[in-house]
Design a protein around this ligand. Structure first.
Ligand code: ADP
Ligand code: ARG
Length: 342
């Protein structure tokens, strides 16, 4: 059983009891992914928040005594609960922000993760399967017309300068993430990874990073409704041609259990230079409204200039529409608090 030093806070360390270890330690899912592989990341990096990854849709059931606990602890979703989905953008309560608040928001982005039903997850695919996934996804995306029409850029063919520019402009994944590496998600990097995007870079799809697809809608400013509407239409179009791993209990299946369900993260980059100095209040509001605070250069980054990435923390058991609403309500509360700070 892995050793967790005193003070370890990860969900892995909390959920992996000696009983569950005994039950699961020699199990494999139907693709041969072992329980020990699933817990490798958080065993190696004890500072993880969660620390576990699935090898396939089946992992969540093959290792159920363990994953049920993780999922309940993170999402509050119980083994018999059903996931509900709704990308009904007409039902979103999102009146435009007044001008003084609108200018606090630099940009808006919503992404959903998807994985193909016919393959195991990125943690467990072979090089050949990863290649097949890239071909299938890119040939479907290449058919898109209108606002969603775009081009695929293979990571292996990009120059360092092109990559750097796309990363700095917040469009592309960075690579080199130790958590993903320890879960096997960066094997044979950069082969068969890449990004599809339209000319305006408002519709983007990451291929074969943490999940096989990350479908992204983003733009400058605070028009959350426009971003959600575009995402909803794009995800619907892709779903017409691709069969995604999904079930009634877990919603969309993802490598990391934090993303299960909607697999959606809706965020704004927002200036909160005064509130950041009152960390206790900042964190309390984030907890109350179920939003997560990140730095603006992606997960595990810090902020030094008072701009933060605020997004929905929950992903499972509630619809996309409800979770975008979590983000909107949290952002409104943070704006009020920022204005109240001296
Ligand atoms: P993910 O959202 O895919 O889980 P990250 O937190 O690492 O992963 O973010 C990926 C990229 O998206 C980063 O470059 C980040 O700066 C960018 N990003 C996230 N939210 C926004 C936003 N609201 N506006 C602009 N860029 C954003
Ligand atoms: N495995 C990392 C941790 O437990 C990240 C978890 C959530 N983020 C993600 N990109 N899946 O801290």
């Amino acid at each position: 059983m892995p050793y967790f030093p005193t003070g370890t806070k990860s969900l892995l360390s909390k959920c992996l009891t000696p009983k569950i270890w005994e039950q699961c330690k020699d199990r494999r899912d139907k693709h041969g992914f072992t329980f020990r592989q699933a817990i490798m990341s958080g065993s190696k990096y004890v500072e993880s928040g969660v620390g576990v990854y699935a090898g396939s849709h089946d992992s969540y059931y093959a290792f159920a005594p363990f994953f049920d606990k993780i999922i309940e602890a993170y999402h509050g979703h119980k083994p018999n609960d059903k996931h509900i989905s709704s990308m009904d953008y007409n039902a979103l309560k999102c009146p435009p922000f007044p001008p003084d608040e609108d200018k606090m928001i630099n940009s808006t982005r919503i992404r959903v993760a998807r994985n193909l039903a016919a393959f195991p997850l990125g943690t467990c695919v072979t090089r050949d399967e990863r290649n097949q996934i890239e071909s299938l996804v890119v040939s479907a995306l290449n058919e898109f017309e209108g606002e969603l029409k775009g081009k695929y850029y293979s990571l292996a063919k990009m120059t360092e300068a092109e990559k750097k520019q796309l990363i700095n402009d917040h469009f592309l994944f960075k690579g080199g993430d130790k958590y993903l590496q320890s879960a096997g998600l960066e094997r044979e990097w950069p082969a068969n990874r890449g990004i599809f995007h339209n000319d305006a870079k408002t519709f983007l799809v990451w291929v074969n990073e943490e999940d096989q697809l990350r479908i992204i809608s983003m733009q400058k400013g605070a028009d959350i409704l426009a971003v959600f509407t575009r995402l909803s239409i794009a995800a619907g179009e892709i779903e017409k041609v691709a069969k995604f791993a999904h079930d009634e209990h877990l919603g969309y299946i993802t490598s990391c259990p934090t993303n299960l369900g909607t697999a959606m993260r809706a965020s704004v980059h927002i200036k909160l230079p005064k509130l950041m100095k009152n960390k206790t209040k900042f964190d309390a509001i984030a907890d109350e409204y179920y939003v997560q605070i990140r730095g603006i250069h992606g997960e595990h980054t810090e902020t030094d200039d008072g701009v933060f990435d605020i997004s929905n923390r929950r992903r499972l058991g509630r619809s996309e529409k409800q979770l975008v609403q979590d983000m909107i309500d949290g952002v409104k509360a943070l704006i009020e608090a920022e204005k109240a700070e001296q």
